[in-house]
Design a protein. Structure first.
Lengths: 270, 270, 270
């Protein structure tokens, strides 16, 4: 693990996904090719039927928020490659936050919600995969904002009533020592739930990753993350967003960083 | 750390443990040689006398379960070597679950319970070390089941009333977000207690370790484990077994896997 | 990460800090040079104004203890270098515990408390940096005890009423499974709060670090630490000291060690 980047990079030998985005039109994706590129996905098993009577808060928080955390997938420009990360729906109108370093200057990205009822990839349909357009990015603060456009299935209406979203927390209510959790797609471990605490809040924090350098107010957290967690939510026990998972100190478990809600809140105000 | 295997391998220069198992007879072990091979063990200090008034649940769960988590030790076939892992007693009759990759095709294994009162290895006696026979293994699902036979001390009766065991949880009651803990013997840190959450339940999960490949329903957990934790229990806050620690994503702290109780339950039904 | 040492070593190219300690006099430090050497410090943001209504215990424990955890800094003997670690104030009279391996045989060390209100290093003043004298060390048990002497500012009186300290826990009240937390300065992440549990208590534990070897009763903990955490406190939910963070198993997250309060208590009795 040489790089602190938290995206997951697919290098799939034989599969080619032509990515033909036109500046003002929706790109023409082939669902079969997307399905092939994602063939290693084992869709997470749902625990909704659980008859749990113990520690009810965390399982309930997971169930309430997991469907607001899609997989973000960008087919690569060279055949058989692609990049995946995590995202979080933050409005009922279909705005999805992620990291800039997941989508960079792509105009479009694919957004895949957890299928319910749980099913394997063999049963994934074009209506499970949405096309989204990049609304806005801040490369310095590592923030990207997507707008859901339509499912790959042309037969499905653009109905967003199914959407769950995670509201932003008031920055003044975020404090060191608070319990938080993350949901994301680290290392191909899709829809992984991990817990931790807020270890510190660091204004105007500076970090580098590969060729890129960043500066933003960050929430430092012990919550376990890994490559592919990028862009996913860090959530408090009220179910509100406190940050956007972005990076970690390489090789030092428990010292991870999320773009603080302090940076995110101004983006979504009317 | 190149391999995700979680057993501990002893490579002890000068100590030879002849392992002369006969297919149908108990093997003839020399206690002094076992003792020598394990000489690096610092027996864990017991906190039973603690006058704790804080966070009482976890310390009590540790005390209630630690004596159901023996060290599994297999003397090596070449002089001075051996393999150790963890195990968990699951019936009052002395059935002990562990991983297949700890015992493989050995017919016998040694089972060492935590000595009480706490003592150093210098005081370990042959009655602290039990001989167990392999009842059944599933190399595909990485499960092994042992039956306790007798202590190495010939003077001690085959009294199993001292045994503590950990009942299996109902698989329908296991859910993402639940608090869990492990006890095991990672890195020679015997009887280590670590906590975490259930991060996901993954049916028909496929993984590889060295030359071996596996497929089983697994419980993914953030609970800290390391080499030597293999075969030990993952336990929920009701004190019931939810999985058998098996492997981890190498170098990625917090993404660990246990064979789910869904796979274990059918083994123990009458 | 080759070494389990948890100090942080500064290797700063262009900055020279002459360290001219005289055996019986206070050393003459240049504040500007100290400030330059520490220029990478981003002073932690204080969450004191937080209107938290959730999980109140941990945020409150952080706020109650953070100001008893200074940064320990030793300017290097060769130009542009230095060593930093963590410390913990344990008496109202200004006694500060740290690891022997942070201060070794230095007669003096610099002690930097978290500035309040939060400010950047550009605003750090000589009154924020204290000079302390080494009272006593135990190289075998990796313990060092400092006495605060005076701020680098000559105009500030030697008023210690601002001091917060963390009382030592009764060793009989420390048990496996208890919730604990650490505050320290890992990897330049100053005043980081991390949580975990007590995984085991190991009497007369033996470990090595580089050329040094140690033996002491230790508290094993899952609490996340890293280089620079050395000498900081491990604290229980009563706000009392249960150990002094010292080392970790390299590359194995969650298996860390603190010098147990059992070793510390005798030092501070009258």
């Amino acid at each position: 693990m040489k790089s602190p980047w938290l995206i997951g990079v697919f290098l799939i030998g034989a599969v080619s996904i032509p990515f033909t985005a036109h500046p003002s039109d929706e790109p023409q994706y082939s669902f079969d090719q997307v399905k092939s590129a994602l063939a290693h996905i084992a869709i997470a098993h749902g625990p909704e039927a659980s008859k749990l009577t113990r520690s009810p808060l965390s399982p309930q928080l997971y169930r309430n928020t997991v469907d607001a955390v899609p997989l973000i997938f960008l087919p690569g420009q060279t055949p058989g490659t692609g990049v995946s990360g995590s995202g979080v729906v933050v409005t009922a109108s279909g705005q999805v936050l992620t990291n800039w370093h997941v989508i960079r200057d792509s105009e479009y990205a694919l957004v895949i919600f957890r299928p319910t009822p749980p099913k394997t990839l063999a049963d994934l349909t074009p209506s499970d995969v949405w096309v989204a357009r990049s609304l806005w990015t801040d490369a310095k603060k590592d923030i990207g904002l997507l707008q859901l456009l339509s499912p790959m299935s042309k037969t499905k209406s653009l109905d967003l009533t199914f959407l769950k979203f995670i509201p932003l927390e008031d920055p003044l209510r975020v404090g060191v020592g608070e319990d938080v959790f993350a949901i994301g797609h680290p290392q191909g471990m899709y829809w992984s739930y991990t817990e931790g605490v807020i270890s510190q809040i660091r204004p105007r924090f500076v970090w580098k990753a590969g060729e890129d350098s960043f500066q933003a107010t960050i929430v430092q957290t012990q919550t376990a993350i890994s490559h592919g967690s990028s862009g996913g939510p860090l959530i408090n026990k009220d179910g509100n967003l406190v940050g956007l998972i972005s990076t970690m100190i390489t090789g030092q478990a428990g010292f991870n960083f999320a773009i603080a809600v302090h940076e995110l809140q101004p983006l979504l105000l009317p």
